[in-house]
Design a protein around this ligand. Structure first.
Ligand SMILES: Nc1nc2c(ncn2[C@@H]2O[C@H](COP(=O)(O)OP(=O)(O)OP(=O)(O)O)[C@@H](O)[C@H]2O)c(=O)[nH]1
Ligand SMILES: [Mg+2]
Length: 440
C-alpha cells in the first residue's frame, strides 16, 4: 500500500525548526508574513495567504498570526523594510512566536539579519516547501532529490546557521528527508552534492531506458499534471482503481506513480502516471533536482492538466503549471480537466465552461465525468473506433489481433478478407505490416 504511516508522534518529531525551546512544544507557533506586491488583485492576495496557511499547517506548525505587508521596493537587508519589521517584532514578542515565515524567497544575508532581529528562527517560502517535500518523500529517488535540493539551498546559508547548528544540532533545512540528517559541514557539503548528483544521473539514465523500451513497445504514456492539491492522485485512483495516496495537504505526492489504464477496443492498456504537483514560485532548486521524477511529464505522449474548479484563481493555477511545463520542456498536447465540480454551483460551472470551452468537467471523488474523460484520452491517443475491411496474408492474422477486434474472416483467393473494429490511428500500424485495405 502506498499509504503513509500515521505516526501519532509525527508532529513532535517534525518541527519546522529545532531549538531548545522546541523540545517542550508539540506544535510551533508561527507568525506568517504574506507579501503584497504591486499589481496583485484582492483574490490573488487572499488565495496566496490561504495557500501559505496550508503550507504551514502541512509542515506541522500552527499559523498563530497571519500578517500581510506591502512591498513596493525590496529592502536589501530585510526584504520588507524597517517599518514593517518593527511592527512584526512587537507581535512576535507579544505572542511568544517560535518561527517567523516569510512568503517570499529571502537571500542568505536577509535570512541571517532577520533571525538576529526576531531572535527566533526565520523561514522563507523555499525552506518551507523543501521541508514539506522532506516530510513527504517516500521512494529512494524522491529522498535523494529532496536531499540534493535541500543541500543546494543550505550551502550558502551555513554561515548564518553555524552557531545554531553547533549548539543545537539542527535548524530549518538541516533535517533531510526521512531520518537522514543533512551534511552541515561546509567542507563536506560539496562532496555530498556531487555524490547525490551522480546517483540521480544513474536513476535518470534508468528512467530514460524505461521510456525508450516503452516507446519501442508502442505503449503510450499519459501524464497527469497540475497545481498541488488539484486532485491528481484522486483522479489516478478513480481511473485505475489503484491505491495512490491522496490527502488534503499540499505536496501529498512527491514521487511519480504509474498505473495501467485499459482502453475500449484496444488490446493493450496505456500507462497513466501521477506525479508531483506544482505551485506558484516553486523553488528552482526543486525543479532542477526533480528532473528524473519529472521525466514522466517530459516523456509523456499526452498530458491531463487537472485544475481545481473550486479555486478562486484558476487562471493563476493554469498559468503557473504551463510556465513550469515550459521550463522543463514538456511539449505534449494537453487535455484540460476541471476537477471537484461537486464543490461549485451551477453558475460558476457555466462561467468556467464559457471561459474554457475545450475543457472537461469532472469530480474524481464523486466519479462524475470519468467515462467521458477516458474516451477523450482514448480518442486523442488512438483516434475514434471505426469498422473497416482489410486483406491479410493468413500468416499475419495473429498480428492483426493486437490492433482490434476481428469481427469476421472470409477467404478471398489466397488472402483473407477481415472485418475489424479498431481505433483509427492504429490503421497505419496495419499498413506497416503490409496488411492492405480492402479496395472495395
Ligand atoms: N470535493 C472534492 N474533493 C476532491 C476531489 N478530488 C480530490 N479531492 C480532494 O482534494 C484533496 C487533494 O487531492 P489529491 O488527489 O491528493 O490532490 P493532488 O493533486 O494529488 O495533490 P498533491 O499530490 O498534494 O499535489 C483531497 O482531500 C481529495 O479528497 C473532487 O472531485 N471533489
Ligand atoms: Mg497527489
Amino acid at each position: 500500500m502506498n499509504q503513509r504511516n500515521n505516526n501519532p508522534n509525527q508532529t513532535d518529531r517534525r518541527l519546522l525548526t529545532v531549538s531548545d525551546k522546541d523540545i517542550f512544544v508539540t506544535v510551533q507557533k508561527a507568525l506568517l508574513v504574506g507579501i503584497i506586491l504591486k499589481n496583485q488583485t484582492r483574490a490573488d492576495r487572499e488565495e496566496s495567504l490561504k495557500e501559505l496557511t496550508s503550507l504551514v499547517k502541512t509542515a506541522g506548525s500552527n499559523p498563530t498570526i497571519v500578517q500581510t505587508k506591502r512591498v513596493d521596493r525590496i529592502d536589501p537587508k530585510t526584504f520588507i523594510g524597517k517599518g514593517s519589521i518593527n511592527d512584526l517584532e512587537v507581535l512576535s514578542k507579544a505572542n511568544d512566536i517560535d518561527v517567523v515565515i516569510f512568503d517570499c524567497e529571502l537571500n542568505p544575508n536577509q535570512q541571517k539579519e532577520l533571525r538576529e532581529i526576531f531572535q527566533c528562527d526565520v523561514v522563507d517560502r523555499t525552506g518551507l516547501i523543501l521541508d514539506i517535500f522532506a516530510l513527504h518523500a517516500q521512494s529512494k529517488e524522491a529522498n535523494l532529490q529532496v536531499e540534493l535540493a535541500m543541500s543546494v539551498y543550505l550551502k550558502p546559508r551555513l554561515a548564518g546557521l553555524g552557531k545554531t547548528l553547533n549548539q543545537q544540532g539542527g535548524g530549518i533545512g538541516t533535517r533531510g528527508p526521512g531520518e537522514a540528517k543533512l551534511e552541515t559541514d561546509s567542507r563536506l557539503i560539496d562532496n555530498r552534492i556531487n555524490k547525490l548528483r551522480k546517483e540521480l544521473k544513474k536513476i535518470e539514465r534508468q528512467r530514460l531506458l524505461q521510456a525508450s523500451s516503452r516507446e519501442k513497445k508502442n505503449t503510450p504514456l499519459v501524464s497527469i499534471v497540475g497545481y498541488t492539491n488539484a486532485g491528481k492522485s484522486t483522479l489516478l485512483k478513480s481511473l485505475t482503481n489503484s491505491d495512490a495516496y491522496a490527502a488534503d495537504e499540499l505536496f501529498a505526492t512527491v514521487d511519480s506513480l504509474q498505473r495501467e489504464l485499459p482502453v475500449k477496443d484496444v488490446q493493450e492498456p496505456l500507462i497513466l502516471s501521477d506525479t508531483v504537483g506544482f505551485i506558484q514560485n516553486l523553488p528552482t532548486t526543486l525543479i532542477e533536482s526533480f528532473k528524473s521524477t519529472l521525466l514522466v511529464a517530459t516523456s509523456a505522449d499526452l498530458l491531463i492538466h487537472v485544475v481545481d474548479a473550486a479555486t478562486a484563481i484558476p487562471e493563476m493555477h493554469i498559468a503557473t503549471v504551463r510556465e513550469i511545463l515550459k521550463q522543463i520542456e514538456v511539449s505534449a498536447n494537453e487535455i484540460m480537466v476541471f476537477n471537484k465540480v461537486d464543490k461549485i454551483d451551477r453558475a460558476s460551472l457555466n462561467d468556467l465552461a464559457e471561459r474554457y470551452p475545450q475543457a472537461l468537467f469532472i469530480s474524481s471523488l464523486k466519479q462524475t465525468g470519468i467515462d467521458e474523460l477516458v474516451e477523450t484520452i482514448s480518442k486523442e491517443i488512438y483516434g475514434e473506433t471505426i469498422k473497416d475491411s482489410f486483406l491479410v496474408e493468413p500468416k499475419n492474422l495473429e498480428h492483426v489481433n493486437r490492433f482490434g477486434e476481428i469481427l469476421e474472416v472470409k477467404n478471398s483467393s489466397d488472402l483473407l478478407l477481415i472485418e475489424i473494429k479498431m481505433r483509427s490511428k492504429l490503421v497505419s500500424k496495419l499498413k506497416d505490416l503490409k496488411i492492405m485495405k480492402d479496395p472495395k
